[in-house]
Design a protein around this ligand. Structure first.
Ligand code: G
Ligand code: G
Ligand code: MN
Ligand code: NA
Length: 250
């Protein structure tokens, strides 16, 4: 298929863009970091979503290279932000397959001179579910570089509290499906409350994703949720727009 060929070329010529969505620290009233979200601007078809091209790269073996490119762009961009502002990069479970991820990440940081302490990597629960990939030992290697690791989309898919016990995550990201129903159904509120409390007891951070309304924000603040992300604050934006957001908030 033509799209597959175009995708291979886009990886070869490093044609991916990275957008950034701010993560707001409600207590400090500042932007604590940005989540990097990959974009592919296709000459004929316009902007193609990562939900389309990431799975394609997972299948055609290009995800390791694409992942390294995105990581490099994100860390380079983040160098321009104040030192207190972190960058979070999403990882595909397939990036753990070769066993080279810790080395790849270390090389990128060294090449750019970016401190591991300013980088956060996000993995979903489906990644840990695949025990054959040696993911826990690779995550431990990564964490030794000072990089924080967060559990993304928490509460969806193959959710199990044993995942939290199998690795010392630094943050849990509460899936937007729970945030969406805040103020509408009691179950979502109970779940958000439980996860915020769980994180507090574990001594780790929690971030609520997909905050779109003031109502949702009010509920989250009432639940002592400290970190939020969502369209209410900002959609994912270009690098140049991050600088404006930082100067507005911080
Ligand atoms: O904003 P958005 O449409 O970008 O993201 C759609 C999905 O694609 C999300 O699940 C997000 O985690 C994923 N995604 C976005 N960028 C990346 C990336 O660089 N790597 C991986 N593995 N997933 C990404
Ligand atoms: O899977 P992950 O959480 O990494 O991906 C985040 C996805 O959610 C991206 O596609 C991002 O663009 C999207 N997103 C971010 N904020 C909001 C929001 O407030 N509402 C909705 N519907 N999507 C959001
Ligand atoms: Mn994410
Ligand atoms: Na998420």
């Amino acid at each position: 298929r033509q799209l597959e060929v175009d995708l291979s070329n886009a990886v070869l010529f490093k044609q991916f863009e990275v957008f950034y969505q701010p993560q707001i620290d409600l207590e400090a009233g500042t932007v604590s970091g940005f989540e990097a979200l990959a974009r592919w601007r296709h000459s004929g078809r316009g902007m193609i979503s990562p939900t389309e091209f990431i799975p394609m790269c997972e299948e055609n073996g290009l995800i390791e290279e694409l992942g390294a490119q995105i990581l490099e762009v994100a860390c380079k961009d983040a160098m321009a932000w104040p030192a207190c502002v972190t960058v979070s990069v999403n990882l595909s479970p397939v990036q753990f397959k070769s066993g080279n991820l810790p080395t790849i990440v270390k090389d990128v940081l060294e090449k750019i001179g970016f401190p591991g302490s300013r980088l956060e990597l996000e993995i979903t629960e489906s990644a840990i579910f695949d025990r054959s990939s040696g993911i826990i030992s690779q995550l431990s290697e990564i964490r030794k570089l000072g990089i924080r690791v967060s559990l993304d989309d928490f509460g969806t898919g193959y959710s199990s509290l044993s995942h939290i016990r199998s690795f010392p995550f630094d943050r849990i990201k509460i899936d937007q499906s729970f945030v969406r129903e805040l103020g509408a159904d009691a179950e979502s509120l109970a779940i958000v409350r439980a996860v915020v409390g769980l994180c507090e007891n574990l001594g780790i951070q929690s971030t609520a994703e997909g905050v779109e309304t003031h109502k949702q924000l009010d509920v989250l603040q009432h639940e002592q949720c400290r970190s939020v992300q969502g369209y209410l604050f900002s959609e994912p934006v270009t690098m140049s727009e991050t600088m404006k957001i930082i100067s507005e908030f911080n």
